[in-house]
Design a protein around this ligand. Structure first.
Ligand code: ATP
Ligand code: MG
Length: 328
């Protein structure tokens, strides 16, 4: 069964759609990443899915409840972690969780709070004021608060923004443990490494879902190929490469250039003439999700083409998809 199965979700502000006929299916136990530039409609979509915002158009179900008519039921069964920290800074961790436990009428409150503190490793800081916590601990408190009532679906809106790599790693380990126990997760992020940790991703641009699938599928479907250029005078080479037809991205990565394009013939030609220069080495590179997103962002003013892939549960696992250009 799908935890989220919505079609055509639309929300307009000032007569303009900021979420434009978005369809999304997330199976039970799946972790789906939701990506897209600032202002592309991620938060608005998440708020419609969790019943906080009424769509102007669209239909579907969340946890089996009608997304338009049953928003009250949906609200009680999802855990929503907002983009901005939204707990009481002048209450301690334990006091914040006590407040949440009472909101959800959990019983007995004290043992529910203790259970949650222990489950998320918050017990040693139970008496620290939330306002004095570092980013990583705030995010852990926010996660604790939104899983306390044992929701079946977690909607996490940029949960790890501004959090250090170790805390992010711990957070994602926790998310995978929760998903292994059957929890479904939809998580928005701007981090490519986090997208890689999702079973599937969706990319939204100008309110439209323009690509869905596993990371490998999205990279493959982008049609991009990548070369890595090493040698002297990379700055000058980068400048001249960027002017050539068929080359869409030239980005320095340390002591090398990452050259990306969709026109394989033009790209091969440019690389062959570059290789003829002394001291320059060219090798095939791996197209990254970031390359694909940069392409999506540059194309966002053009007509969007929709790239949809099936859930990995229909197609086997994501590693079954190789064969993308220049991957591996
Ligand atoms: N209540 C509102 N009134 C008017 N416009 C709004 C409202 N909420 C959102 N918007 C607009 O809708 C668009 C989508 O906003 P949204 O917050 O969903 O984007 P986002 O993808 O979550 O961005 P970010 O990555 O910056 O969080 C933006 O242009 C935003 O200004
Ligand atoms: Mg947002």
């Amino acid at each position: 069964m799908s935890a989220i199965d919505v079609k055509g979700l639309t929300k307009c502000y000032g007569g303009k759609p900021v979420v434009d006929r978005v369809s999304l299916r997330v199976d039970e136990g799946e972790i789906v990443g939701f990506l897209g530039p600032n202002g592309s409609g991620k938060t608005t979509t998440i708020r419609m899915i969790c019943g906080l915002l009424t769509p102007d158009a669209g239909s579907g179900t969340v946890l089996g409840h009608d997304v338009i008519r049953d928003s009250l039921r949906i609200k009680t069964q999802v855990g929503y972690m907002t983009q901005r920290f939204s707990f009481y800074e002048d209450l301690t961790i334990a006091e914040n969780l006590t407040f949440v436990a009472r909101l959800y009428r959990l019983h007995p409150v004290a043992s529910e709070v203790d259970r949650t503190l222990n489950a998320l490793g918050l017990a040693p800081r139970r008496d620290q004021l939330a306002g004095t916590l570092s980013g990583g601990w705030k995010q852990r408190l926010a996660l604790a608060a939104c899983i306390m009532h044992a929701p079946k679906l977690l909607l996490l809106d940029e949960p790890t923004a501004g959090v250090d790599p170790k805390a992010r790693r711990d957070f994602w380990d926790e998310i995978h443990h929760l998903a292994a126990d059957g929890l479904t997760v939809l998580v928005s992020t701007h981090y490519m490494d986090e997208a890689e940790r999702c079973h599937r991703i969706g990319y939204i641009s100008n309110g439209k879902m323009i690509a869905t699938g596993t990371v490998d599928q999205v990279v493959r479907d982008s049609g991009l190929s990548t070369f890595v250029v090493r040698g002297q005078n990379l700055e000058r080479i980068a400048e001249s490469l960027a002017k050539l037809p068929g080359i869409e991205q030239v980005a320095p990565f340390g002591n090398s250039l990452h050259v990306v394009g969709t026109d394989q013939t033009a790209l091969n030609k440019a690389m062959a003439s570059l290789e003829a220069e002394s001291g320059i080495r060219v090798s095939p590179g791996e197209t990254s999700l970031e390359d694909v997103f940069i392409k999506f962002m540059s194309a966002s003013n053009n007509k969007n083409s929709v790239v949809e892939n099936q859930s990995p549960k229909d197609t086997g696992n994501r590693n079954g998809n190789t064969g993308g250009p220049a991957r591996g």
